[in-house]
Each structure stands twice: as C-alpha cells, then as structure tokens.
Design a binder for this molecule. Sequence first.
Ligand code: SME
Length: 162
Amino acid sequence: MFAAERPSGSTREIYRELCLQARGLFEGERDAIANAANLTALLYGGLADVNWAGFYFLKAEELVLGPFQGRPACVRIPVGKGVCGTAAQRREAVVVTDIEKFPGHIACDAASRSEVVVPLLRNGRLLGVLDLDSPRRNRFNDDDRSGLETLAALWVERSAVA
Ligand code: SME
C-alpha cells in the first residue's frame, strides 16, 4: 500500500520528496500509462493548491488527454494553442502566473488561475506535456518548474513509450 503524507518544507524539499516517491512508484514498472497515472495522483495529492494534474500525449501533431486527476478536461489541444500547446511547440516549460493574462489560454476548469506545463522529451523528441493547474494566482515558481522537469524526465526515463 502507498500511504505517503503530503510532503512539507521548501518547494525544493517537496519536489525532492516527490521524486523519491515517484522512483518508488515506478520501481519495476515500465508501463507508460500506469506510471503517468500514478504520477498525476502523486502530484495532485502531494502538492497544495493544485486542482488539476495531468498528461497530454502527442498524437498526429495534436496533444491528446492522458491520465489526470481533477475535473474532466479538453481532450485535444493543437500544438501551438493554449499553454499546453505553447509548451509543446517551444519544447520548453511555460509558467503562467495569471491565466487571464495569457492570450489563448484554454479554460478547462473555471477555477484555475495559474498553470505550469513542462514538455516530455526523449532525446529531443516530444512525447507530450505534463500540466498542473492551481486555483491560486502565482502558485507556481521556478522551483516548481524545475521540480516538474525532473519528474517529467524521470517518467520519460522509466516508461516505455512507442
Ligand atoms: N489550460 C490548458 C488546457 C488544459 S487544462 O488546463 C487541463 C491550456 O491552456 O493549454
């Protein structure tokens, strides 16, 4: 059974703990969907003020919804559209402190106020993105970005994707 408490401490310490827990969850398992599902549950339960945590996978030049925690979300996002599509197009993380100030933001949950999206990259190839939403403005900073990039890289390394 997995019964971790919500990690506490500085943002860096929280992500260090989440990385340890993710390593534990991925141990001996290479299934990409199973590992993605567990990672979203870990992030959703382990981070304060997060109302959505999920994956979008790149399929035929579109991002398609994968495992997530939170309210039902838009299924398809074209590359270049919204925060997710922008991170996918740039192949780099995007931190949005106030979604009302991000032109083209795609509203899935009306409660969301800020967002961070990191790309999933294997040897430079884009596999998809990992997306977190918060009902609080300014929820995500550079330590969140860097912590999520580490978790995204861990998922890519540990999961077999066609
Ligand atoms: N807000 C995202 C869409 C995905 S949801 O937040 C789950 C965007 O603008 O790409």
